[in-house]
Design a protein around this ligand. Structure first.
Ligand code: B12
Ligand code: GTP
Ligand code: MG
Length: 397
């Protein structure tokens, strides 16, 4: 383990409780977990939601990379005794044995089942009829603890804990020793991905991830997904993992960051998190997703206000941006290296493509426009976009 630089010295109180929630494999009952997620966020908790029909391995990988305080499972398929134990066991094996597992499943989990599950390592079960308020109070009391440095953490858990410490405004003294390739220091290429809320940034990032995994038999890719905290409660539903199908792979490090009051489009800890990922020497490509941004946003500081955070910027928008005047107002269209017009399956895509191309031509900066349909697998537009990213990366070396 090597010492890494300390990015910030002012210690703030530990950040909000972070909980990973998921529904087990072969179970589509997601309405209960959705209720719980909203309630947790309303109580100031950061919820990383993984989705339904999730295997134990995906839950464990996410729990470790997200460095959560606790894993909450909502299980209605009848397989809870085996499944909760599997998650507990895999967490222990994967270096996350300190992360407790809890959950519920209404009337499908009996008192006798719960006793057996607790003997097998499950922390607690909430039964049908428990009031949401009492559950929230207990969760905060029981699982709220500040993250501390832990020299025994290895691999992704060590990286994840370093990011957690950075999020809390603390230093992150322990990082894995940077790898070098053929004697040369390893360099990650960092791409910032911004665009309006719902344009398809996460879906596109997942498709780009699939291209990366296919094209690199051994390399690793990291994704930093920023999502907004609710300004009133401080809680957040960090939902970008739900769109991340290909990212369920050990060669992908995926970390969600809540903005926690930062209004830049990124968490205040994002620059430190990027530094941590780069310093690890693990990742060839790092994709940083901003929150849904507006017309004047500059999350990656490409207009000279402070050091640039990324090597290249991709701006993603959907065909329904308004009209020509709205296009003129979007500052990032002046500065982004690459622009993706996503949702090209939409009837307005044809006109949008012509309008955006004209806007970029006016800039005269050689920015390339990539029509994509990220919701479709094997989209040739995404292939071309990925090739353009590789091209920029090669040029930067
Ligand atoms: C809603 C529902 C559905 C909806 C699901 C909608 C959705 N998107 O989720 C629909 C109609 C689609 C559906 C379909 C099916 N369902 Co259904 N469904 C239910 C039902 C009525 C309610 C479950 C629910 O959402 N409860 C609301 C939550 C908030 O309350 P709760 O369950 O009491 O949970 C409490 C705690 O446990 C806790 N909790 C729950 N989860 C979590 C998680 C965390 C992290 C925490 C902290 C706490 C917590 O919160 C609550 C606090 O009071 C139950 C019956 C029942 N009354 O429980 C059947 C039930 C679960 N379904 C059942 C079945 C069989 C099915 C189907 C297989 C039916 C079929 N043959 O097609 C399909 C399978 C669907 C699939 N793809 O998996 C069975 C399961 C039987 C079993 N496991 O042995 C049940 C028990 C009905 C029955 N008696 O037969 N279902
Ligand atoms: N029709 C269509 N839908 C798409 C396409 N790409 C993404 N979507 C859908 O658009 C919705 C939003 O996609 P996300 O990838 O979550 O969008 P996002 O930009 O990451 O959203 P935020 O992170 O909330 O800003 C999802 O329902 C996607 O399935 C596309 O090319 N066509
Ligand atoms: Mg997203």
């Amino acid at each position: 383990m090597a010492r890494a630089k300390t990015t910030r010295s002012t210690a703030r109180p530990a950040g909000p409780l972070r909980i990973l929630t998921a529904v087990p494999i072969c179970d589509g009952h997601d309405s209960a977990v959705t209720t719980i997620n909203i309630e947790l966020a309303r109580h100031g908790i950061e919820v990383i939601y993984l989705g339904y029909h999730q295997p134990a391995s995906a839950i464990v990988r996410a729990a470790i990379q997200e460095d959560v305080n606790v894993v909450g499972l909502s299980s209605y398929n009848g397989g809870h005794i085996v499944f909760f134990k599997e998650v507990v066991d895999q967490l222990k094996k994967g270096g996350g044995g300190d992360i407790p597992v809890f959950g519920g499943g209404g009337g499908t989990i009996t008192q006798a089942d719960a006793r057996l599950m607790q003997r097998q390592g499950t922390d607690r079960i909430y039964f049908a009829g428990t009031s949401l308020d009492s559950m929230m109070a207990e969760i905060k009391r029981h699982y709220g603890r500040a993250a501390k440095p832990n020299a025994r953490f290895k691999g992704d858990r060590a990286l994840a804990r370093a990011i957690t410490l950075a999020e809390s405004g603390l230093s992150f003294p322990l990082l894995p020793a940077p790898r070098s390739r053929n004697g040369a220091p390893h360099r990650s290429y960092v791409v910032g991905v911004a665009g309006p809320g719902g344009a398809g940034k996460s879906t596109l990032i997942d498709e780009l991830t699939s291209r990366f995994l296919q094209g690199n038999p051994a390399g690793r890719i990291a994704i930093l997904a920023n999502d907004p905290s609710h300004p009133d409660t401080g809680g957040a539903i960090l939902g970008d993992r739900v769109s991340a199908i290909y990212s369920q792979d050990d060669r992908v490090f995926f970390r969600s960051l809540a903005t926690r009051g930062s209004l830049t489009g990124l968490s205040a800890a994002a620059p430190a998190a990027i530094d941590i990922l780069k310093a690890s020497g693990e990742f060839d490509l790092i994709l940083v997703e901003s929150v849904g941004v507006g017309q004047e946003s500059d999350p990656f500081r490409i207009f000279g206000r402070g050091p640039k955070l990324v090597d290249a910027t991709l701006f993603v928008l959907a065909p329904y941006y308004g009209g020509l005047i709205q296009l003129q107002k979007i500052a990032l269209l002046n500065g982004a290296d690459l622009v993706a017009l996503n949702k090209c399956d939409h009837p307005m895509a044809h006109t949008a493509r012509a309008e955006i191309q004209a806007r970029l031509d006016q800039n005269g900066r050689g920015q390339t426009l990539h029509p994509t349909t990220a919701a479709k697998h094997f989209d040739p537009g995404v292939d071309a976009l990925y090739a353009a990213i590789l091209g920029l990366s090669a040029k930067s070396k």
